[in-house]
Design a protein around this ligand. Sequence first.
Ligand SMILES: C[S@@+](CC[C@H](N)C(=O)[O-])C[C@H]1O[C@@H](n2cnc3c(N)ncnc32)[C@H](O)[C@@H]1O
Length: 280
Amino acid sequence: MVHSPPNLATVDMRIDDRQFAHLASLIQHHFGILLPPQKRPLLAQRMRRVVVDAGYSDFDAFFEAHFTRTPSIEILGRLIDRVSTNHTFFWREAEHLIHLRDVVLPEIVRGGKRDLRLWCAAAATGEEPWTLAMLVAGAVPTGWEAGILATDISARALATAQKGVYKTENVSRLPAALRDRWMVPGPDDTVRIADALRREVTWRRLNLIGASFPYKHPMDVVFCRNVMIYFDEPTRRDVVRRIAEVTRPGGWLFIGHSETLGRTDAVWRFERPGTYRRVG
Ligand SMILES: C[S@@+](CC[C@H](N)C(=O)[O-])C[C@H]1O[C@@H](n2cnc3c(N)ncnc32)[C@H](O)[C@@H]1O
């Protein structure tokens, strides 16, 4: 019998209850992301490419080969690349960005410490951290040191982010002044981030779940938006606590509009929706 090579159209992606429960528990354990049973079709659809690329024509054989013992870091990385939702867009939840530009950055600059650290902790494909970099670059006086750290668990999303090339229509929400200053027209209806801004951002793959964050210098501002919605409550609380450990007293935390900090997160004081300040 002749076997044709696995392909996306014919791969058998049936995932049974036991396999789904196993993957969901692995994903929650390693990445904090909850995968309720109704996400099984989504998981099957997103894993299709991983299964084919690994050379299998059915999920069953792929599962047996990779998940019946401790999975490799590599396969876990491919799994999270597919499972994570990287949806983001320029100028998302703009009130936060305007508050950063008009209130937070001027206050930091008035403080005169000549050094500013901002961390974007769920950078996805880069729209958010590049925007933050534009706002910081427009605010800090000459002679200041400004460090912007952009992290995400998904290597695939980070690769797109670092390229810094976007469809022109996708940047239309950005205020024109930012677009004109920091984006350079490219071929085929694209724009690319200007070189001057590229130098300002450091990209790292980082899992928000797990050990303390490895940052020596305290952050002035942390953006951690629209990622904790995927976490269960103890995980979310733990992430928020560890962010506080690396934020200076008085520093800011921005979370998504549909996210909240609970009463147990007393180290953060509510400033306005989605915006908190670290208690001293
Ligand atoms: C929906 S996007 C949000 C992007 C952006 N912050 C925004 O608000 O538009 C969520 C991002 O969180 C990342 N993510 C999910 N789980 C993570 C984890 N355990 N550690 C770090 N990043 C994670 C995903 O890879 C994805 O890029």
